[in-house]
Design a protein around this ligand. Structure first.
Ligand code: KG4
Ligand code: ZN
Length: 350
């Protein structure tokens, strides 16, 4: 099946063409430069950029996949969660395209698309669903931090999530306090290299807590108080590196420990990780160590599929279509608050 997929949930415009589990093309137009001068994503600007980018990016994605509009069999787009204006542009563009070509359309949950991106490998990239194993999956991004039990393909439930800021948001906000530019996560990682992660101690929120939930806003506040009391740290390059390494260690410690603990409790043999923060090499290292010690197999999404992209949307749409998921109405609305956990968290709790 040939799928054209659109992703516009936040600040990356993504268009991809996938066929039979293989990514034929996946283009991303990043808006980082547009938003960097404001220190974060400006929703109105993101909406306009998506609107400007989508037609040309779609043409390019089809051309580089060597696919004509007449070859497309399914259109998919992210329906939520995300920024309302941004989602609206991508969803309506995709539904209009589907209407014009008389094709079925599938609205996709952005978290669910991240969830299965950990199974995509190789060049050309392919979804290796044939080697799927039940797993515990950590989705860590700018807008979400979720721990999910994936019992079978398309059968998953949320074990826990952040009760306040997402892990990526914590990276971005603390990086900003340290004076790094947006998006702060990759910058903070770069600064942390060569720093001492034990130089300063920051709280590991909810680490010992028995739930699978996370909390990161207290850590951000702890960094703000630390900087208020020790402003000199920012003037000394070595201390600044130590600070970045110490903040990163606190975030990574909580994410890795809780993920491995949940996998052991649920007796799965595999852990998967996806979302923008999964690019972080310190997190990858901590999870590799934790999984090795616990005898777990770790699958981290390839870096190109960690941050927002449309290939993961197309691959999930194809999987869903193959499993008989009915098409989404062409007049279906966006779902900006669509949580993967809606309704099933209690059932899955242990
Ligand atoms: O998945 P994504 O592209 O967008 C959302 O759905 O939110 O994730 C973006 C987030 C940002 O918060 C960014 O700072 C973070 O991922 N991020 C990182 C790294 N690369 C991206 N955080 C820590 N270390 C990184 N190397
Ligand atoms: Zn995302």
């Amino acid at each position: 099946m040939t799928v054209l997929a659109i992703e516009t949930s936040c600040d990356e415009t993504g268009v991809a063409v996938v066929r039979n589990g293989t990514v034929l093309s996946s283009l991303i137009s990043s808006q980082i430069r547009t938003h960097a001068e404001y220190g974060g994503v400006v929703p109105e600007l993101a909406t306009r950029e998506h609107l400007r980018n989508l037609p040309s990016l779609t043409r390019l994605a089809l051309e580089s996949a060597n696919v004509r509009p007449a070859d497309i069999e399914l259109i998919a787009a992210t329906r939520g969660p995300g920024l309302p204006g941004a989602l609206l542009v991508g969803l309506k563009f995709a539904q209009g395209f589907a209407y014009a070509l008389g094709l079925p359309f599938l609205g996709i949950n952005h978290h669910e698309a991240h969830l299965y991106s950990a199974w995509v490998r190789g060049n050309p990239a392919r979804a290796e669903f044939e080697v799927f194993r039940p797993n515990v999956s950590l989705i860590v991004s700018g807008g979400h931090t979720l721990l999910v039990h994936v019992r079978a393909l398309l059968d998953h439930c949320v074990l826990g999530e952040t009760v306040d800021d997402a892990a990526g948001e914590c990276f971005d906000k603390t990086a900003r306090l340290i004076g790094l530019s947006y998006p702060g996560g990759p910058q903070l990682e770069r600064m942390a290299k060569g720093g001492n992660p034990s130089a300063y101690h920051f709280p590991r929120p909810m680490l010992e807590d028995d739930t699978n939930d996370f909390s990161f806003s207290g850590l951000k506040t702890a960094v703000a108080y630390f900087l208020r009391d020790h402003p000199d740290v920012l003037d000394d390059p070595e201390k600044r590196r130590d600070l970045c390494a110490s903040v990163q260690a606190a975030i990574v410690d909580v994410l890795a420990s809780k993920t491995v603990r949940a996998a052991k409790r649920l007796r799965v043999d595999t852990v998967t990780v996806s979302g923008g923060v999964a690019c972080n090499s310190s997190l990858r290292h901590a999870l590799t160590m934790g999984c090795q010690q616990a005898g777990l197999t770790l699958r981290v999404a390839d870096s190109v599929f960690c941050t927002d992209n449309a290939a993961m949307v197309g691959l999930l749409a194809e999987l869903k279509a193959a499993h008989g998921t009915p098409p989404t109405d062409l007049d279906a609305e966006i779902e900006p608050g669509w949580s993967l956990g809606d309704g099933d968290k209690v059932e899955c709790g242990g």
